[in-house]
Design a protein around this ligand. Structure first.
Ligand code: FES
Ligand SMILES: [Fe+2]
Length: 360
């Protein structure tokens, strides 16, 4: 696949040599979860010492799913005949047997827990560089950025989520009941778009704009506002968002860091299959931080917005599935989206080279 046809293809292949969000840390409060990533069923668990492991969800003994077992002091115990595995995938205990054969192990994935997020590396373990993990410090600042997290299943290729986030002109059509506002104002928004080293960046400004219902509730605005949406795509799967509004006349373009309405969102599209993905999202309240009710209300306002996206992407994929190789047409509003697809195309090309080098 070349960078050019990645832009046109509806279904984009997986980029394996990358870090993906596998789970929110709190999902492991009960020990383990089962999750399919890139067609591989995985078990994600926290051992008795608090260490996280991500293993193939298939016992090496007789193939039972390890998620049918339980976490015990020694590790993750298969629920069929009791073999126990540690976070590296090594079998550490076989009931009634002293010697453990060296091939008694399951595939383990490189994993890092950081900022309340469980990150996994899905490609060649030798290339897993922890310094490349996207930092999201807001999760660890509950006084400044109280937050809520969620995860949806979406029935589309992961790249349709990135397309969605990189082209906000959909707000005026898909999200009229929530964060939308007037469609013409969205299309006319002032936009600055540029490529980054590993993705794409844009900021949209809507000046002297009537605030949508969510913003009025959060920021207690009475008149018009200067509103922005800043998005940074870190290919292949992460989008960082800072949206907000200040009362008109406060000089938002010169300095956004003032009291007003501020939202920080983390979006992640982790492929489950070619045509489904896990949508992780987290939203942080940067306007009424000392009010837990405000954080809850923010979450409840945003939740239906993302359900609207889930619906449109699902029906979009249904149509695409009828003829998956058929191309898509670009319009002017797709400039950031196109940069995002170019970034993914480059990663896929690099990965092909790495795979062929590893095979030599
Ligand atoms: S299948 Fe897991 S212990 Fe037998
Ligand atoms: Fe949306």
């Amino acid at each position: 696949m070349t960078a050019t046809n990645t832009i046109e293809n509806a279904i984009v292949p997986f980029v394996k040599n990358a870090w993906y969000i596998a789970a929110w840390a709190e999902e492991l409060d009960d020990g383990m979860i089962s999750r399919t990533i890139m067609n591989k069923p995985l078990v994600i668990f926290r051992d008795a010492e608090g260490k996280v492991g991500v293993l193939e969800d298939r016992c090496c003994h007789r193939g039972a799913p390890l998620t049918h077992g339980e976490v015990i002091t020694e590790g993750l115990q298969c629920g069929y005949h009791g073999l126990v595995f540690d976070t590296t995938g090594a079998c550490v205990m076989i009931p009634g047997q002293k010697n453990i054969p060296p091939d008694a192990r399951v595939t383990a994935y490189p994993v890092v827990e950081q900022n309340q997020i469980i990150w996994i590396w899905t490609g060649d373990p030798a290339l897993a560089d922890e310094s490349k993990i996207v930092a999201y410090p807001y999760h660890d600042q509950p006084d400044k950025w109280p937050h809520r997290k969620a995860m949806f299943q979406i029935k589309s290729n992961y790249m349709l989520m990135i397309d969605n986030l990189m082209d906000l002109t959909h707000l005026g059509y898909v999200h009229t009941k929530t964060i939308g506002g007037n469609p013409n104002q969205h299309v006319a928004a002032e936009m600055e778009t540029r490529p980054t080293d590993n993705g794409a960046y844009f900021i949209r400004w809507m000046l002297d704009h009537k605030p949508p219902p969510t913003y009025v509730k959060g920021g207690k605005f009475e008149g018009n506002v200067d509103r922005w949406q800043e998005f940074e795509y870190v290919a292949p799967s992460i989008v960082l968002q800072w949206s907000g509004a200040l009362e008109m006349g406060k000089g938002a373009k010169e300095n956004r860091d003032q009291e007003g309405f501020h939202l920080r969102l983390l979006h992640a599209a982790t492929p489950e299959t070619e045509t489904t993905f896990h949508y992780f999202w987290s939203t942080s309240n940067g306007y009424r931080q000392d009010d837990p009710q405000a954080t809850q209300e923010m979450y409840e306002e945003i939740y239906p917005t993302f359900i609207e996206d889930q619906v449109i992407m699902g029906v979009q994929q249904d149509r695409i599935n009828l003829d998956p190789d058929r191309g898509l047409v670009a319009i002017h509003a797709d400039s950031a989206l196109a940069l995002g697809r170019i970034a993914v195309g480059k990663m896929l090309e690099k990965e092909q080279v790495q795979v062929s080098q590893a095979a030599e």
